[in-house]
Design a binder for this molecule. Sequence first.
Ligand code: TPP
Ligand code: MG
Length: 351
Amino acid sequence: MEQSYPIKRIVDDEGFFVDASFDKQIDEQLVQELYYHMLRIRTFDRKAINLQRQGRLGTYAPFEGQEAAQVGSALALNANDWVFPTYRDHGATITFGKSMATTFLYWNGRVEGCKAPADRNVFPPAVPIATQLPHAAGAAWAEKKRGTPNAAIAYFGDGATSEGDFHEGLNFASVFKVPVVFFNQNNGYAISVPIEKQMNSATIAQKSVAYGIPGFRIDGNDCFAVYFTTKEAFDNARCGNGPTLIEAVTWRKGAHTTADDPSKYRPAQQGKDIVDPLTRLELFMKNYGYWNEEWIQATQEKTTREVEVAVEEMEKFPPPNVEDVFNHVYAEMPAQLAEQKEAYLAHLGRQ
Ligand SMILES: Cc1ncc(C[n+]2csc(CCOP(=O)(O)OP(=O)(O)O)c2C)c(N)n1
Ligand SMILES: [Mg+2]
C-alpha cells in the first residue's frame, strides 16, 4: 500500500522542481503569499512559546514544522468556506483570517478567543480528538442542501484516525457526497504514541479506499504540493464530486504542548534529517529567481511588528469576569454551584 500511495512532491528538499509542469502555475504572487504566511505564523508560534515561558500565556500547542501543511491548505480555501481546526491548527486559522490577538486570547483561556471573525466561518479549536470531522461533514451537507459553492475543511492529526468520529465523518460525507476535504497532518505522533503503534495500515491515505473517495499522500513540508492538492480537492468538492482525504506527511518539531517533554519518548536524532518547510521555500526562491533580499527584510519586519501588536492587544484586553466560570454552565444554577460561587467570591474578598 505504501507503493500505491507514494508521497507526492512538487519540490524536493533542495528546493528544485520534482514536477516542473507546475512552473506555469507558480508566480511571484503565490510564492510571496506562501512565504509571508509561513513566516508570519512561525513568528506567532515562537512568540507564543516565549510568552508561555514568561507566564503571560497559558499552556500552548506549538506547530513549528507544520507551517507548509497549514498555510498551503488554508490558502486553497475561498472566503466563504468552513474551517474546523484542532488545537494545533491556529497557523491555518490565522492564515484563513482569524486574528492573532484573538488566537492569543484563546491560549489565555478566554472564551473570546473562540470567536470567529465576522466574515469567516471558523469553528473554535476541537480539543476532543476527531469530534470536528462529523461537524465538518454536517456543515458541508448544509451547504450542499442550500446549493452554494461553499465547502468545508476538517483538520486532524494522525491520532484522530483511531477515533470512531473519523469513521463517522468520512462515512457520512462519502455516502451523501458532501463538499468536504479531510486534511490530515501526519506529524508522526499522538502525544507520545508513534504512528506505527497507532495503526496497522501503512498509510492514512489508503483509508480513503474504504469510503470510495479519492485519497492523496503528499509531502506536507512542500507548500506547493499541499496548496495544489488541496485546491484540486476543493475544486472537486465544489463540482459535486464529494469528499477527499489528504494525508500531509509532516513533522512536529517541538513538544506536543508546552506541558510536554518529547525527549522522554522521541529518539534525539529522529526528524533531524527533515528539511524545514520554510528553509525549503527559501531554497526554491533562490533557485528560481524569486529571492529578493529587500522584500524578505521588509516581510520579516512586518511579521515581527504584527505579532508585537497582537500581543499588546491581547494584554490590553479587559480581565475576565471570574463569575463567568459559574454563570454559563447551567441555564438555571443548581444550589450546590451557587454555594461554590458564593464561597469562591468570598475567598476573593468580593462578598
Ligand atoms: C477524545 C479524546 N481522547 C484523548 C484526548 C487526549 N489527547 C489530546 S491530544 C492527543 C493526541 C492527538 O494526536 P494527533 O491526532 O496525532 O494530533 P497532534 O496532537 O499530533 O496534532 C490526545 C490523545 C483528547 N483530547 N480527546
Ligand atoms: Mg499527530
